[in-house]
Design a protein around this ligand. Sequence first.
Ligand code: ADP
Length: 197
Amino acid sequence: MILGVTGGIGSGKSAATDHLQQLGVTVVDADLCSRVVVQPGRPALQAIFSHFGERLKSADGSLDRAALRQLIFSDPEQKSWLEALLHPLIRNEIQTQLQNADGPYAVLSSPLLFETKQSELCDQVLVIDVDEATQRQRTLSRDGVSEKQVEAIMAAQLQRKKRLDKADYVIDNSGSLEQLHNALQQFHEALIPRDVS
Ligand code: ADP
């Protein structure tokens, strides 16, 4: 069983999946997979350098991700080009990592699970949810970014209501971290098959 875990920025998705990992569940992180596919030696990296030029190459030959983000930020056409290249590769990487997972279920953690259709790889989806004000406040204190940057990221993500509509399960993370952990513990126990002996 593959459980997708998602939520808007600052909702507590990482806090939740870190805890599930501590409970022994394999967690595949879509963000990490998106970095793996552009590592030196991977074909996507050469394709990116050929398309955008060597200005995206760091001194050590790796991809300058910040420069790439900057480049596609205000250029939807280039953004689409990049997504068409990377999304299938990221999906393959996720699938490979999920295939290597054992245990009664594995988690796919992705901030853009629905937006990128990675939800198609999942049997069920758990949304970690807080209201938008809490999202902003927790992101600001975590990342030290500007309010404008947080707004831009939130605007690029699915609206809260739409995300909730698509969820199979929702865990509210407006309380303490301890409350989140307790809710996850209960959720985890309900998912794993009971020992009937
Ligand atoms: P996401 O991965 O969804 O962007 P994080 O898990 O990184 O969100 O959580 C955002 C920030 O809020 C982090 O600094 C995290 O430690 C903090 N946080 C998460 N859940 C809670 C909570 N229930 N109470 C207080 N802080 C929290």
